[in-house]
Design a binder for this molecule. Structure first.
Ligand SMILES: [Zn+2]
Length: 231
């Protein structure tokens, strides 16, 4: 697939967007990691405060290794923050920690549908994004259209997962900024900073989704080309 010029042409816009968003998120994150927040609160302290404010005292906040590895684990109901967020009193840490709290808010919000729609897709998406693509590529290579079709369906599920992830991420950031404001943890300038960090992070999700969509388009094009030559 890598050596197919059609694949490169189709996915080129996504590749450019992906590279741009990586630069953007790194730059913005680095910039606001250096700006101390007014209450000198670490990411862990911000998360604890926002969780408690919503009655989520039973959700522990833990430190996890790596950079930008922050996540809320809905399975074990634990919020994990990366080293650069957990113990750092920066504006970036404040934004990232609040975003993860936003996911914890979504989890207990029964009226929030996208999260519920996405949950059953998790295992399918994990299989589909790897196995699906390879099945389709091998199918194209050996000219076995049923194999390509199964690969496309599996990968399509992964793309659907990606499409559902996008509004969930934006919603978590929206909840984060609202909670920071409601709890009086940010100045207007800091709110803008936190917003910049979260917008840059959202752009990487947009890029990944566009990439997945264009890959799906490529597979469908090759599949329909195969069937045409079968006639
Ligand atoms: Zn998120």
């Amino acid at each position: 697939m890598i050596f197919d010029p059609l694949y490169l042409i189709i996915t080129l816009p996504a590749i450019i967007l992906l590279i741009y968003s990586q630069f953007k998120v790194k730059g913005t994150y680095q910039k606001y990691s250096q700006v101390r927040n007014m209450y000198n609160m670490t990411g862990a302290q911000v998360a604890r405060r926002l969780l408690d404010a919503a009655g989520l005292s039973n959700v522990p906040v833990e430190a996890t290794q790596g950079d930008l590895t922050d996540h809320y684990d809905p399975g074990s109901r634990v919020l994990r923050l990366s080293e650069g967020v957990y113990g750092v009193p920066s504006v970036a840490a404040l934004g990232v920690a609040a975003h993860e709290v936003g996911h914890a808010y979504q989890h207990v919000d029964v009226s929030y549908i996208p999260m519920r729609l996405r949950a059953p897709l998790v295992p399918v998406a994990n299989i589909g994004s790897n196995l699906g693509v390879w099945m389709a590529i091998i199918g194209i290579f050996v000219q076995a259209s049923p194999l390509v079709l199964v690969g496309i369906v599996l990968f399509g599920a992964a793309v659907a997962f990606s499409l559902l992830t996008l509004p969930i991420e934006l919603n978590a950031s929206g909840r984060a900024l609202k909670a920071l404001q409601a709890n009086g943890l940010v100045s207007p300038v800091e709110l803008q900073g936190a917003k910049s960090v979260l917008s840059a992070a959202a752009l990487t999700y947009v890029a990944a989704t566009v990439q997945a969509l264009l890959t799906l388009l490529y597979l469908v094009l090759r599949f329909s080309g195969m069937n045409r030559s079968d006639d």
